[in-house]
Design a binder for this molecule. Structure first.
Ligand SMILES: [Zn+2]
Length: 389
């Protein structure tokens, strides 16, 4: 890993990136843009296959063999649907999320370890998504005209529920968390944490390096469940200034209620997506040669719903990315104001060059970047350093 040093201008910072590292970052980042498109297309294709093979129709008929039990049927069809999609998507996921990461040196995981984690997280997702879909199908049956309006609210309540339970229930399954021992590293961030209402015993260290070498920390949770978790990859490699800058950024997300803000935005977008489902569902069923599934409240038509939602969110990529860039910039500003480590921030940003090309074109950044570019973020840190006082 290259050693970066404080500098006086954005160009002087960027000039410290070795050319081979820069080229690899550009290749990786451009590939990632294509993955956004291809992942959506693979998802749509898988749903078409599930539809054409009538797998869910047969399963739904089996579930209802002793009479209609709509809640139970919706739950069981959703579970089987998730399992099918997960299995059919596995070769693609293995390429896009494991092999590619390993090839670029971003993950040290073996295929077996990755598969085990992926299967485990699929179990959680299957249960949570199936419960959500069971509720959505109940809404479709009870309020066939206005279900889409309520569904956005139900879905965002589910997102908030997951954010709240995640640090307590989900994350400990994948990583080992323990309080960061008292010492210079904890001392460097404890005052900032206390300022945000997070006591020192809620500053944790976790073994993030087993999944990735990324220089990362997070403040997960909302309300009472919040805690700071710092990856060992960051603790073992960062200097104090970088550590303070990164943790200050994460505390900024927490203090500025970004999880709630994002959940609200997704609630609005999902409501819009569900309205499009409401309007486009029956025509799409006929178009794809499955007119027997044109009744929206039939869970066997779940792949149709998935196709529409996938397509809508693919088109909304610039909107969700724009929201991401907005909150990331706010978190940077919080870090600058509270950690007061512009050089630490710039150096920490230079280290993320492994997986994010530093200086994209304006259009590329607008379309594909869910964080502002490294060049832009370093420029803001340099500007902050230059401001008087
Ligand atoms: Zn952030």
């Amino acid at each position: 890993m290259p050693q970066f040093h404080p500098a006086d201008s954005t160009d002087a910072y960027l000039a410290q990136i070795p050319p081979d590292v820069l080229q690899r970052a550009i290749d990786y980042t451009h590939g990632s843009h294509w993955l956004v498109l291809f992942s959506a297309l693979v998802g749509i294709l898988i749903n078409v296959v599930v539809l054409r093979l009538r797998l869910l129709e047969r399963w739904r008929a089996r579930c209802e063999r002793h009479g209609p039990r709509p809640w139970r049927t919706a739950l069981l069809v959703s579970l089987v649907f998730y399992g099918l999609v997960w299995l059919l998507d596995l070769p693609w996921a293995l390429y896009a999320r494991w092999w590619r990461e390993v090839r670029y040196g971003l993950s040290p995981q073996s295929a077996g370890a990755w598969l085990a984690e992926s299967a485990l997280s699929a179990v959680f997702s299957a249960v949570l998504l199936s419960v959500l879909l069971m509720l959505l199908y109940a809404l479709m049956r009870r309020a066939p005209r206005t279900w889409w309006l309520w569904s956005g609210a139900v879905t965002s309540a589910m997102i908030i529920f997951i954010v709240v339970i995640s640090p307590v229930v989900l994350e400990p399954v994948f990583n080992h968390y323990q309080p960061l021992a008292a010492g210079p590293q904890r001392a460097a961030i404890a005052a900032m944490a206390a300022e945000a209402g997070i006591p020192p015993q809620r500053i944790l260290a976790y073994d993030g390096s087993k999944q990735s070498a990324n220089y990362t920390a997070n403040v997960a949770g909302m309300f009472g469940s919040a805690r700071i978790a710092v990856s060992d990859a960051l603790l073992n490699q960062a200097g104090t200034a970088e550590l303070r800058a990164v943790v200050g950024h994460e505390i900024g997300h927490y203090v500025l209620h970004h999880a709630l803000l994002q959940a609200l935005l997704y609630s609005v977008l999902l409501t819009g997506a569900f309205l499009i489902v409401h309007l486009a569902y029956a025509p799409l069923a006929r178009r794809l040669g499955v007119p027997q599934l044109a009744r929206l409240a039939d869970p066997a038509g779940l792949p149709l719903l998935a196709i529409i939602v996938t397509a809508v969110f693919l088109l909304l990529t610039p909107v969700t990315n724009g929201m991401g860039r907005y909150v990331e910039n706010q978190a940077d500003q919080y870090s600058l104001a509270h950690a007061r480590e512009p050089d630490g921030m710039a150096i920490a940003l230079l280290r993320t060059v492994d997986y994010r090309a530093p200086a994209p074109g304006a259009l590329e950044e607008w379309l594909f970047y869910d964080h502002p570019s490294i060049a832009r973020r370093i420029q803001r840190a340099v500007d902050w350093k230059r401001q008087p006082g």
